[in-house]
Write a protein that binds this ligand. Sequence first.
Ligand code: UD1
Ligand code: CA
Length: 465
Amino acid sequence: MSEKQLQVIILAAGKGTRMYSSKPKVLHDLAGKSLLQHVVDSAKVLNAQSISVVYGHGGELVKNTLNDDQLIWCEQKQQLGTGHAVQQAIKSISDTADVLILYGDVPLLRKETLEKLLQAKAQQSLALLTAKLENPTGYGRIVRSSQSENQAMDECPVARIVEEKDASEAIKQINEVNSGVMVVNGGKLKQWLAAIDNENTQGEYYLTDVIELAVKEGETVNTYIIQDNKEIEGINNKIQLAELEREYQKRQAMMLMTKGVSLRDPLRFDLRGEIETGQDVSIDINVLIEGQCKIGNNVKIGANTVLKDMIIGDNVEILENCILEKSIVADGCHIGPFARLRPETQLSENAKVGNFVEIKKSHIGKGSKVSHLTYIGDTEMGENVNIGAGTITCNYDGAYKHLTKIGDNAFIGSNTALVAPIEIGNGATIGAGSTLNKNAEANQLTFSRAPQKMIDGWKRPSKTK
Ligand code: UD1
Ligand code: CA
């Protein structure tokens, strides 16, 4: 790697007409991040000295969404071409820097590829990232001048780039294309940009015209031909957005499996964020992981489960169809199927949360069980508590939220309503069907059930024929 300073310019002024959206194209989401954020992030891993973003449509929204004061924002009021776009960012470019030009709508470039391109530039003034495509339609073609009969085409020097719209039939046959990504010496870039015009079919200032200017000055234009063509694909419509989303998901799935995670089907796995995993983690189909998740050793995640910003310990089993968000689950817990953990929930070791249970902003103590059909909110629960089916903590009085406290070893009978604020003592037993609005004493049986009655001679109504 050259030790030269690196400055990045990201072109993101295009409108994205074919997205048919009120949102600027570069703000569309791929795996939980905007397209532009993906590109900014790849510039950041290269330790770029500065990152300039050329914006046009929806400028304020783009700036506010990225909300990153390390970026240099350059407005391009009218989209007069890629050369004109780079010109808008030229003020902050140093003459001695390597300038890497990226597109805000090309999100899948790998760090390794960009490093190869920077290496390819070496001592030259310019290097291009190119690709060989079966169908090169739409792209600018790399025209090389042949030198000798037995020289491979790839080794012949680049002469110029011709845009599809300006290309003759013969040039359209060339299948080596311009990815749009290039690295150029700062000083030369300034000089060449000042010299380009817009005399072409589209009446645009083409960045690609700098190639011919360089060649005229006797410069050698080096190239790095990309291995994985997906990396240079841009997004112009929702079909391409979905295709690249899947591609990105496949990459992430491969990365996780390489690290030892078992994915039942890598094509039915989605990660929109980051995940840290221990050993022997197995993930069934249609699992969606969002935000920042950390998962311990020997964890099973059942089908159709969503995890968002979760911290999960070792030996945890999550069954099918759970939605778990911003919560902490300690070692040995069992969750689901059909369980929901809402933000700020904490399950201590070996706790159990069963089906159709919702828990919000509560702590469930070690070994406590909330097995069926229950709502627990704003609750501090001790150890080895058993919550019967259909228990509800009534935490909301219509204006304020109130707390429930349940002591160690308490047993709450089924179909109980605990009207908060309320405290259930250690070892207390609550009879099934109770509605409690006063504290229950430790180690006592408390219930508020209406006495059972029997009506003598009562008959069930029946229809008369
Ligand atoms: C460009 C290249 C072409 C290459 C192709 C790869 C030029 C002249 N052509 O063509 O050789 O094969 O990319 O996809 O450079 N943009 C601005 N301001 C503008 C124009 C464009 O910011 O005035 C941005 C767009 O938002 C986009 C990028 O630059 O991110 C490329 O623009 P686009 O119109 O897609 O370029 P192409 O004509 O496809
Ligand atoms: Ca394009």
